[in-house]
Design a protein around this ligand. Structure first.
Ligand code: ATP
Length: 376
């Protein structure tokens, strides 16, 4: 087991900066998701941790040891790639045991470790089957078994579920998380899928154009996004953004939008007049006939237990998540209010979140996910 410490990690390809001064720590046994859109530098970061790419600057420490310039094979890390290339002519047992055979581990120990690994992955009943006839899920498990059997210090995974269809992906997301709960190996997992990251990770590093814009628990990045980019990237449907102009004064507890006062978490900094953005999650939009803030129903989306009501409000589309029982008609005018404590404010020019009572809220103690599942 291991702690991974990333210090001022920087990678340039010629003039192009792929990773810009990253700093984060993955504690022993933690599951970190590196999340962001295509080309933001996730894979490059992972490849540097693996030793497959040399950084331009900065350091990588594994359990306190500086491994920045160590070769990949000297790092005791298992890299699980998107494409699981199994040896088609070998059975499951031989596929899983192969890395140990290559290391010269005695046959009896290989047998024991392969059987332990197969039990952990619940594929012990197919150990002597050829891999060629296996279903997709079992192939993934065999490939994972090949990584686990080595008992590496940590796992690095690059979109391992990328090629799977949606339904099977959901199953594998749960399986991977349960497996992590059982073996508790430090894991860094690259994905562009926010739902996958939110479901699996203890911590998420959200990257944009080579920069880690926020590093925190799923709860932190969802409730207290540090930038407009993070606020937009996390959540489905995404956060609503309402632009306004205004000076912000430390101590203020309200802003003016469309001539109406809107209560917000207490502001802790003073900003001169400029373009700002109010950020509201759909579940924090409320309806109140007496509110001076008026919106008209633009479309509705029925989701069974809830529904999403899209409103035209001050020239923006604002989505509200509300109970499924109420019916709305298109064009209907509604008074709108927001849950004042949960609102985010951003400086539109820098994209940075304004310092407010929400941003200073103590993170809610997160239950270790291990306790949340039957296998925990
Ligand atoms: P994706 O999910 O598309 O792989 P990513 O976030 O993993 O995205 P990276 O693969 O890390 O992104 O790439 C980051 C940027 O660095 C991209 O613009 C990519 O084109 C560039 N890049 C990566 N490797 C090289 C290389 N060897 N030479 C030049 N540019 C590179």
């Amino acid at each position: 087991m291991a702690e991974i410490r990333i210090e001022n990690l920087h990678k340039a390809f010629g003039d192009f900066v792929a990773v810009k001064n990253s700093n984060f720590v993955v504690h022993d046994g933690e599951f970190l998701a590196l999340l962001g859109p295509s080309g933001c530098g996730k894979t490059t970061t992972l490849r540097m941790i693996a030793g497959l790419e040399l950084p331009t600057d900065g350091a990588i420490l594994l359990d306190g040891e500086n491994v920045t310039f160590n070769r990949a094979r000297d790092r005791d890390i298992a890299f699980v790639f998107q494409l699981f290339a199994l040896y088609p002519h070998m059975n499951v047992r031989k596929n899983i045991g192969f890395p140990l055979l290559a290391q010269g581990v005695p046959a009896a120990e290989i047998r024991t470790r392969v059987e332990e690994t197969a039990k952990l992955l619940q594929i012990d009943h197919i150990l002597d089957k050829p891999v060629s006839g296996l279903a997709g899920g079992d192939r993934q498990r065999v490939a994972l078994g090949r990584a686990i059997v080595r008992r590496p210090k940590c796992f690095l995974m690059d979109e391992p579920l990328g090629t799977l269809d949606a339904e099977f992906r959901d199953v594998m997301v749960r399986e991977l998380r349960e497996l992590h709960n059982r073996i508790k190996a430090t894991t860094v997992y690259v994905t562009h899928d926010q739902l996958e990251a939110m479901a699996m990770a203890d911590k998420i590093a959200i990257m944009n154009k080579g920069v880690v814009e926020q590093f925190g628990t799923p709860e932190e990045v969802y409730n207290r996004p540090a930038t407009l980019f993070v606020a937009d990237f996390i959540g489905s449907p995404g956060m609503n953004f309402i632009r306004f102009e205004g000076a912000l004064q430390a101590g203020d507890r309200a802003i003016q939008i469309g001539g109406a006062p809107v209560a917000v978490p207490e502001i802790h900094e003073t900003l001169t007049k400029g373009p700002r953005v109010l950020g509201v999650r759909p579940e924090h939009v409320r309806f109140d006939p007496a509110s001076p803030l008026r919106g008209t129903v633009y479309e509705t989306e029925y989701l069974g237990t809830t529904q999403i009501v899209a409103l035209e409000l001050l020239g923006s589309i604002v989505r509200a998540r509300t109970g499924a029982e109420r019916s709305f008609t298109l064009g209907e005018e509604l008074g709108v209010t927001f849950d004042a404590k949960r609102l985010s404010l951003f400086d539109a020019e820098t994209g940075r979140a304004v310092d407010t009572a929400l941003m200073r809220e103590k993170p809610v103690a997160v239950e270790p996910r291990a306790r949340k599942t039957a296998h925990g």
